[in-house]
Design a protein around this ligand. Sequence first.
Ligand SMILES: Nc1ncnc2c1ncn2[C@@H]1O[C@H](COP(=O)(O)OP(=O)(O)OP(=O)(O)O)[C@@H](O)[C@H]1O
Length: 223
Amino acid sequence: MLLEIRDLSKSYPGPEPDRPVQVLRGVSLSLDAGQTLALTGESGSGKSTLLHLVAGLDHADAGQILLDGREVTRMDDTGRAALRRGTVGVIFQQFNLIPSLDVAANIGFQARLAGRADPARVLALAGALGLGAHLHKYPEQLSGGQQQRVAIARALAARPRLILADEPTGNLDEATAAEVMAQLLALVSEEGAALMMVTHSERMATQLSRRLHLRQGQLEPGP
Ligand SMILES: Nc1ncnc2c1ncn2[C@@H]1O[C@H](COP(=O)(O)OP(=O)(O)OP(=O)(O)O)[C@@H](O)[C@H]1O
């Protein structure tokens, strides 16, 4: 099993002192290599929180996250950072592109950190995602949709085993979103990676192999 989440809970400090807001209440799921999972749920239901915990960007209150048998929930900051570099690719709503690096360097950034620099793969991904003509531009010279595609290419460049995506096509018009989604799924399947994707789009969700819905802090089968 690539990813196993057991009984995960997370709360945030609420508006009243000593009354934390419980966002996740015992979430469990497992995901195998090659599986793609759509995570749906109302705004504020905790989808991004769950993705951040799996990426090791925040701490859970209780429960376990095992990635490749290693317990993320027990790793120190250095261990979690290494995990993000080597095993997990993230595509989040804030693209976090590096303003001083051009598109090619942004795409290759994580792969370089992971010790897997591969300029040919950068070019191939840029081509597949329609960024071939923009390789030497800087993020501020790109549209929101182009920046989103750079973030997708960057996440895939390091060949991660698990990709965590939060509305990865949210900034694109419907036709471009469908095209980018098809590319993302093709690349994920080529690599035999797993994908866990938050989406509000019914059309996107039906293209993935599994579907779960977050409601009142717990996961239930999707519609
Ligand atoms: N750092 C934080 N401190 C306090 N509360 C937080 C924090 N981050 C998230 N929350 C709260 O936790 C709940 C879940 O937020 P989260 O962003 O995970 O939801 P979501 O399902 O991803 O929503 P959306 O679909 O709108 O992006 C919300 O009520 C939010 O206000």
